[in-house]
Write a protein that binds this ligand. Structure first.
Ligand code: 13P
Ligand code: SF4
Length: 367
């Protein structure tokens, strides 16, 4: 780890009041209740037929509710992290992609597949990181630092991606920033300050950080996590790097959604405290059903809000909504041509980098 300090200009990027407003917006969403088994099964059957009729495929993120992940897998669709979602949509022959996740995932699918119809299960499903980074202010920030490579997290709008040099997901961010740092590049990073801070500490790169946060990961509490660790000294602590530094410091393993799933599968530990969205437990249980999974504690006892480890925007993706958009049509994702073409460049750069990384790992015998 490097002790080089990060130059974070949080106030120039996003104010505490704006972060507060986004947090309130997230807190105002009520998550739907699980469906009774018979209703779930009949909806799944109906959707299965509709997907075939409409030449559509369902692509879901690890954070959506269990029934949607189950449906995607049962119908030849896909469940994965955001990088693999983008890749799958590109490779699959279906002409319509139904994205169960949040808006930036649908936009990325559309940018990679301009000839396909891309529909969000829930058009309003967004992300606090995306909301925290409006294009006008971001552009001004970039203009003020022309000497830096602009690296943005995938959790951003198409316009932000179009203004960047590189797009990264949590699964590849560390390797790309390390690569740029080795080439002597200085970095402007947006929008997740915790992920940026983690990467800076791991790589020693000179990084200027936007001040956004993920409303879910920002809720984990270190004091409560420490107490939980004391109660369960045998449990392995798994942390997504969108979490604050105080949580990352308590981790036995830090990684992207896929990295955390692999850790559960590969580790000898019998129980895990997991600091990321609990939707991921569905996949973890399916590959390691004998292991105990425990949610890391969110907002401490003194907190005034009700918080939990589940993204409210992921939660509003439902089976009913999938059925309805397949039956009645939904709003397709449309992106201005010029923006889409420009955004494709840094996304493709990431995909090419990922493909090369796989080749290198195979040669080294790591894959
Ligand atoms: P992944 O890129 O690991 O899928 O994570 C996306 C996300 O939104 C995490 O909160
Ligand atoms: Fe965005 Fe956080 Fe939800 Fe992921 S979990 S989509 S980063 S708000």
């Amino acid at each position: 780890m490097s002790d080089k300090s990060v130059t974070a200009i949080n106030e120039a990027t996003i104010s505490i009041e704006e972060l507060d407003r986004i947090e309130k917006q997230a807190a105002s969403i009520s998550c739907p209740l699980p469906l009774p088994e018979h209703e779930k099964n009949s909806l799944m059957e109906e959707i299965k037929e509709l997907l075939e009729q409409k030449d559509a495929v369902l692509i879901a993120h690890y954070y959506v509710d269990d029934d949607l992940q189950e449906l995607a897998l049962k119908t030849g669709g896909h469940v994965s992290d955001s990088l693999e979602m983008a890749r799958f949509g590109h490779d699959h022959p279906a002409q319509t992609l139904i994205v169960a996740g949040v808006r930036f995932m649908g936009e990325t699918a559309k940018i990679l597949n301009p000839e396909k119809r891309v529909l969000m299960v829930e058009d309003e499903a967004t992300c606090s990181l995306d909301l925290s980074c409006p294009i006008d202010r971001f552009s001004t920030f970039c203009d003020a630092h022309p000497d830096r490579k602009v690296v943005v997290y995938a959790n951003t709008s198409a316009a932000i991606k179009a203004r960047s040099d590189w797009v990264v997901t949590s699964g590849i961010a560390l390797d790309i920033v390390r690569h740029l740092h080795e080439q002597g590049e200085k970095i402007l990073w947006a929008p997740d300050r915790h992920l940026g801070d983690y990467i800076q500490h791991q790589t020693g790169a000179d990084m200027l950080l936007w001040g956004g946060v993920c409303v879910v990961h920002d809720e984990y509490r270190s004091k409560e996590l420490m107490l939980m660790k004391e109660e369960m000294p045998d449990a392995m602590v798994l942390v997504h790097p969108e979490s604050p530094r105080s949580i990352i410091q308590l981790a036995d393993f830090v990684g992207s959604t896929t990295g955390l799933i692999n850790a559960v599968q590969q580790s000898d530990a019998k129980r895990f405290i997991v600091a990321t969205d609990r939707g991921i437990f569905y996949k973890m249980r399916s590959i390691a059903g004998d292991k105990e999974l425990i949610e890391a504690p969110t907002a401490g006892k003194g907190a005034s809000c009700v918080s939990c480890g589940h993204c409210p925007w992921m939660a509003i993706n439902t089976l009913h909504k999938i059925r309805d958009i397949l039956k009645n049509g939904g709003k397709t994702i449309e992106i201005d041509n010029k923006i889409a073409k420009q955004a494709l460049i840094p996304i493709q750069r990431m995909l090419d980098f990922a493909a090369q990384r796989e080749v290198d790992m195979k040669i080294r015998g790591d894959a």
